[in-house]
Write a protein that binds this ligand. Structure first.
Ligand SMILES: Nc1nc2c(c(=O)[nH]1)N[C@H]1C(S)=C(S)[C@@H](COP(=O)(O)O)O[C@H]1N2
Ligand SMILES: [Mo]
Length: 314
């Protein structure tokens, strides 16, 4: 087994897709051998079901960690509009209608625009980014996302000098989202980033995973992925992107301000008031592993928070 030292994403860990593919071939060969020898090794990259999404280029930002199996990525989800159980989104999200779909980009910008999602999809070259996603509840996954930097769309709409934050509003459709009848959160689900966070090259607008369009339960047709923050910052099924002068009030902050801060950077040293954040369980693994500062992306993002007290701005 490959034992890795916990640490930051090092240049040696930045794997071009050809290496990832070679590793995949190796795994295939290994499982074929194992089958020949009578030992069953589960297919690492199970086939999905969605339409394919072509990836234009390799990303230098991918981790070489083994991706979590497709089945787990698409059946163990948080998407409270479809229920609070991990299995609920996969059961109920087929009710979401993802076309036609528009995303309004507005607020403190010189060129506000309502984008059709298919137009948005073509705005920049799609890349595969294999990122860790770490949920505040203590589990984590490694997912081959498909998207492009959020910065690409920010550039297009030309934010004014007053734009200090970006607010993401997600779909609120009572007729298709059965759990929005329950006051679990103040719907619609709203998340936010500071402008420099949104402009960071690791933050992506995401349309797919595992080479296919996003399954509904993972936030179709468009979501964000912000890999150094707890999973809830990665808002799904986005309908509005608004640039603001004031820090947006997010759904989770409204629900429990002492538990969920605006920043919510993954930080093993800052506990959630009800549990420790020091360790996490990678889905599919038995033993817990230490959680890394900024989810392992400290080399790239720590500079955004220079001089900030991360216990206060949690
Ligand atoms: N609209 C919306 N977005 C959401 C959520 C949600 O409940 N509603 N859950 C968040 C949480 S808590 C996590 S951990 C991630 C999970 O993403 P995944 O199911 O694709 O792994 O989505 C985030 N985005
Ligand atoms: Mo989460």
């Amino acid at each position: 087994m490959l034992i890795r030292k916990p640490g930051d994403l090092r240049p040696s860990e930045i794997t071009p897709r050809n290496v990832y593919l070679r590793r995949r071939d190796f795994m295939k060969a290994a499982s074929a051998l194992a089958v020949a020898g009578g030992i069953a090794i589960p297919e690492v990259h199970a086939q999905g079901r969605g339409p394919k999404l072509a990836v234009a280029r390799n990303s230098p930002f991918s981790t070489i960690e083994e991706p979590t199996p497709y089945k787990d990525v698409t059946t163990y989800n948080n998407f409270y509009e479809f229920g609070t159980d991990k299995a609920d989104p996969a059961k109920h999200a087929h009710r979401l209608k993802t076309r036609p779909w528009t995303v309004a980009v507005e607020g403190e910008v010189k060129r506000p625009k309502v984008y059709d999602v298919d137009e948005l999809l073509k705005l920049a070259a799609l890349e595969e980014r294999i990122y860790r996603l770490r949920c505040v509840e203590g589990w984590s996954m490694v997912i081959p996302w498909i998207g492009f930097p959020l910065a690409e769309i920010i550039r297009q709409v030309e934010p004014t000098s007053r734009a200090k934050f970006v607010e993401f509003t997600t779909l609120y459709d009572r007729s298709r989202m059965p759990f929005t009848f329950m006051p679990v959160l103040d719907w619609p689900y709203v998340e936010g980033l500071r402008m420099d966070e949104a402009l960071h090259p690791l933050a992506i607008l995401c349309f797919g995973l595992y080479g296919e369009v996003l399954p509904n339960q993972n936030g179709a047709p468009v979501r964000i992925v912000v890999p150094w923050k707890y999973g809830f910052k990665s808002a799904k099924s986005i309908v509005k992107i608004r640039f603001t002068e004031r820090q947006p009030r997010t759904s989770w902050e409204k629900a429990a301000p002492q538990e969920y801060g605006f920043y919510s950077n993954v930080n093993p040293e800052v506990d959630h008031p009800r549990w420790s954040q020091a360790r996490e369980r990678r889905i599919g693994e038995f033993l817990k592993r230490p959680t890394l500062l900024f989810n392992g992306y400290a080399d790239q993002v720590a500079g955004l928070y220079g001089g900030m007290d991360l216990r206060r701005y949690f």
